[in-house]
Design a binder for this molecule. Structure first.
Ligand code: URA
Ligand code: SF4
Length: 291
């Protein structure tokens, strides 16, 4: 295997994650690109056993280009500690990588436009356990369920143990929930133990999810009704403020340290760009939008 584009001595997994981060930081595939300060690709240990998926960046995340750095992040750090984990040992991502204005809910077409990034992150990390934080990530793995019914519970989805948790912000807004959330996080070591010695989901399954998300994205960004595209990535020329957004964690990959690559716009092959719109109706029926 080549060492990829991430620099000398960088594993393919870390190189893949850096490439994805660069794409996200210059992404123009939905209207959230217009209002963001920094895109927030995610951060953490690329070989993590457990991956956390939040909803989308808030004010502080948008300013810093890093996930969960505001008040919710502080509570998340406490919850990680309760579970015997730390930011250095987990990976944290969001359903949408750019902050919706005034923290409004992300729209279905924005979620669909952004979904391939999340699926690629899941494929790269291939974690044993995925923890959903809040409605939008829960809807992806537990369609049709209610958080009040299933919080703290797990389910196998495509070979990965998924655990539904309340969003940390819920505990900040409603004090009575904070202890419920703490109790749910106390169950995490048990879930991790349960997956010890098991193999993570097969690559084929994971790749299938990426492909499905990419097809759904195409159907959205070429759909005149939704027309999520602001401007194609390859036409983006102004460098985004990546400096503020370098994560202290993404260097962690088997002890490899290297300086981050500059963000680069990625061009898409014509075939992909011009792929026929399809699955629009499928996309509209996708259960994770039925919230
Ligand atoms: N809330 C989220 O869902 N994600 C973040 O990154 C921060 C707050
Ligand atoms: Fe940001 Fe995702 Fe929209 Fe791209 S698709 S602009 S990364 S929210």
């Amino acid at each position: 295997m080549s060492h990829g584009e991430g620099g000398k001595g960088v594993s393919p997994r870390l190189a893949g994650m850096r490439e994805l981060e660069a794409e996200v930081r210059t992404c123009q595939l939905c209207r959230l690109a217009r209002t963001r300060t920094n895109a927030v690709p995610g951060e953490g240990y690329v070989r993590a056993d457990v991956m956390f998926i939040g909803e989308g960046p808030g004010y502080h995340e948008d300013r810093q280009g890093r996930p969960f750095v505001g008040q919710s992040g502080e509570f998340l750090n406490e919850l990680l500690e309760i579970a015997g984990l730390s930011r250095e040992r987990v990976y944290i991502a969001n359903v949408v990588k750019c902050r919706p204005p005034n923290n409004r809910d992300p729209n279905p077409d924005e979620i669909a436009a952004c979904a391939p990034y999340l699926e690629r992150q899941i494929a790269l990390i291939n974690p044993h356990v995925i923890v959903t934080l809040g409605r939008y990530s829960m809807a992806k793995f537990f369609p049709g369920e209610r958080i009040s019914q299933i919080h703290g519970q797990s389910r196998m989805v495509d070979g990965c143990l998924c655990v539904a948790m309340y969003h940390p912000a819920a505990g900040l807004h409603q004090a009575s929930l904070a202890d419920v959330i703490r109790d749910d996080f106390r169950k995490l070591p048990g879930y991790l133990e349960q997956t010890k010695g098991t193999t993570p989901p097969p690559v084929a399954v994971v790749e299938q999810r990426v492909k499905a998300a990419e097809e759904a994205r195409e159907s959205v960004i070429h759909e005149p009704e939704t027309s999520a595209v602001v401007e194609r990535a390859e036409t983006y020329t102004v460098a985004p403020p990546v400096e503020a957004a370098v994560s202290p964690y993404n260097m962690l990959d088997e002890g490899v340290t290297a300086s981050p690559e500059p963000a680069e716009a990625k061009s898409q092959p014509d075939a992909v760009r011009k792929r026929k719109k399809k699955a629009v109706s499928e996309y509209k029926q996708m259960s994770f939008f039925d919230l």
